[in-house]
Design a protein around this ligand. Structure first.
Ligand SMILES: *Cc1c(COP(=O)(O)O)cnc(C)c1O
Length: 374
């Protein structure tokens, strides 16, 4: 008998080193036991959904399901290039930016190599590093802001990739262009800087680092259709990098990694600038409103540049109690203890009614706490 034991491990059939150290990624919760309708503010989804043109393009693709999709994503890359003023030849598209981040790890980091991410950085970075057999290295932040000096200090001859999201998730904080340049220029020669721009569109006038990509051979930018474009369910992302990096990634990418429906919907979404502008404006307005409302209740909120805020309480217990109260009101936000922020809750900026519901529920929670005579 060579049946695996109760722990699911086999003595003989073993995965590559590092894989069993992966803590599987858990997405934002979407259900509350015993409750039908919930307000989901746990995954930074766009409350306004995708562009109507994207939905139409997705439906139209149903007529051609027997055809293989374009394997070079030429039309989508051309659309992204035209809208963002970028060279489509140095672009790669994937099933979410997660696929691009994974390809980067697979191509550039292996056993013995180090992949840097930061203290409160996105959970996928260490997962993808381990999946490639590399060693994730976690660098401290300074008061929930990426610390370029600390990253440069942590680099070694084994550092191959440095991941930072700007704006960052789950903190919502950003570092400036000069800091990014200092980081890119201070890295050891064998290291590639990956700028994850999942929330770049929420910052008016910000290019996500694209101009730096064009001036350096060691900088790559990733972007997604999951956030401001409201297409998280469809899985589309893209990367922009030096020609040598894009060439490498294309060699290991599956040729049909994006269905035609994904490509067509994304193309329509990126061209719908009116929808993007409207979503950004509403987000900026409601983010300021909700941040001020929570601050007025004595909850600490850093200035966020993204479509969520990080609400910080006095303790883990208080954050958990507030989370429980929000749940009792049918509101799901994100606990971020796994990101080294046990005293905080990450709250996606919903539409106006959603923001009002959150503010109302937190007001009730704080009132009950005060009356409890704490
Ligand atoms: C949401 C998010 C992404 C997007 O991932 P997709 O695979 O494109 O859905 C990437 N990076 C960060 C930091 C995110 O928060």
């Amino acid at each position: 008998m060579n049946r695996p034991g109760d722990d699911g491990m086999s003595d003989r059939i073993r995965p590559q080193p590092g894989i069993m150290e992966i803590v599987p990624y858990a997405g934002g919760e979407s259900r509350i036991e015993g409750m039908g309708e919930v307000l989901k503010l746990s995954s930074n989804e766009n409350p306004f959904g995708p562009s109507a043109g994207a939905v139409r393009a997705y439906r139209d693709a149903a007529h051609r399901l027997h055809r293989y999709p374009s394997e070079d994503h030429a039309a989508l890359r051309a659309a992204i290039g035209a809208v963002h003023g970028l060279d489509a030849a140095r672009m790669i598209c994937g099933a979410g930016s997660d696929e691009i981040l994974g390809l980067l790890c697979q191509a550039y980091a292996g056993p013995g190599d180090e992949v840097i991410h930061t203290e409160h950085g996105f959970a996928m970075y260490p997962i993808l590093a381990r999946a490639a057999g590399a060693t994730p290295v976690c660098v401290p932040e300074r008061a929930r802001v990426v610390d370029v000096g600390a990253i440069l200090g942590a680099c070694t001859a084994r550092t191959r990739l440095v991941f930072i999201a700007n704006p960052a998730n789950p903190t919502g904080t950003m570092i400036g262009g000069q800091e990014i340049v200092r980081l890119a220029d201070g890295l050891p020669p064998q290291a590639l800087l990956v700028l994850d721009g999942a929330y770049a569109e929420y910052v008016e006038g910000f290019d996500g680092g694209a101009s730096l990509v064009e001036m350096r051979e060691n900088v790559v930018m990733t972007r997604t259709f999951s956030k401001i474009h409201g297409l998280g369910g469809l899985r589309i992302g893209w990367g922009y990098g030096p020609a040598h990096v894009i060439d490498v990634l294309n060699r290991i990418r599956a040729p049909f990694n994006l269905s035609q429906a994904q490509q067509d919907a994304a193309e329509a979404a990126v061209r719908d600038l009116e929808h993007v502008t409207r979503c950004r404006k509403e987000n900026t307005r409601l983010r300021a409103w909700l941040s001020d409302a929570l601050r007025a209740l004595g909850v600490d909120v850093d200035d966020s540049s993204a479509n969520f805020i990080l609400a910080r309480f006095a303790s883990r217990e208080e954050a958990e109690a507030c989370d429980a109260h929000l749940k009792s009101e049918g509101i799901i936000v994100r606990r971020v203890a796994g990101y080294g922020l046990p005293e905080a809750l990450r709250i996606t900026i919903g539409d106006e009614a959603a923001c009002r519901r959150v503010a109302h529920a937190v007001t009730e929670f704080r009132r009950a706490a005060t009356e409890g005579g704490a």
